[in-house]
Design a protein around this ligand. Structure first.
Ligand code: GTP
Ligand code: MG
Length: 198
């Protein structure tokens, strides 16, 4: 099972502009620069569907991609980007929380973390918040090409421990956007969420 068709639909600066056709959606969230847009490109096997950049803060709205005419991938703006004013960050934070809580068609939140680093306080807060609000989510540990297999499995264990401490039970997938095949297990898991909702 693979994505055949993927096209950019629209960029929604806030919740009120999101599509209202009832198609199910999966969103990608996480710190700025962690590779959300790159993973979307890898999943859809398109090089430039979602804009990626070396400088964080590239994605500033909810970007909607229509997949196989039946569901949406949503690229969220990254959090923790220091160059945006505090006021703007707070506004975004509120808008994103509203999206995550109120979006009826949202089936699954995919939280990306950088496999090389310990999750930041912001990451932990976000994961806790999702758990608290019983929003279905899973975790992708991205950029696994940047560390050894050994180190990667240590990091996976550390994240599993952190989740246990928060009483959260969700799947964790170690991947790299540089190798689309590394996303296979994640993709199978995610597909259950868009299919169930149809
Ligand atoms: N080596 C390696 N580089 C990656 C990987 N994923 C992303 N990158 C690089 O990391 C940088 C940021 O990637 P983006 O996909 O733009 O990150 P983002 O999370 O969408 O960032 P924002 O839109 O700012 O929130 C780019 O230079 C990517 O090429 C990966 O798995 N391995
Ligand atoms: Mg992006």
């Amino acid at each position: 099972m693979r994505i055949v068709q993927a096209e950019y639909l629209l960029s929604a600066p806030d919740l009120d502009i999101c599509p209202d056709d009832g198609r199910p959606e999966i969103c990608f969230a996480g710190r700025s620069n962690v590779g959300k847009s790159s993973v979307i490109n890898a999943l859809t096997r398109r090089k430039k569907l979602a804009h990626t950049s070396n400088s964080p803060g590239k994605t500033r709205s909810l970007n909607y991609y229509l997949i196989d005419d039946s569901w949406y991938l949503v690229d969220m703006p990254g959090y923790g980007y220091a160059k945006i004013s505090k006021k703007e960050q707070a506004r975004w934070g509120r808008e994103m929380k509203r999206y995550l809580l109120e979006r009826q068609t949202l089936q699954l939140v995919v939280v990306l973390l950088d496999i090389r680093h310990k999750p930041s306080a912001l990451d932990e807060e976000f994961l806790f918040w999702l758990g608290e609000h019983q929003i279905p989510f899973c975790i992708i540990l991205n950029k696994s090409d940047k560390i050894s297999k050994n180190k990667a499995s240590q990091q996976e264990k550390a994240v599993a421990r952190m989740l246990r401490d928060m009483n959260i039970e969700v799947p964790v997938f170690a991947v790299t956007a540089n190798n689309p095949d590394s996303l296979d297990d994640f993709f199978l898991f995610a597909m259950d969420f868009v299919q169930e909702s149809r």
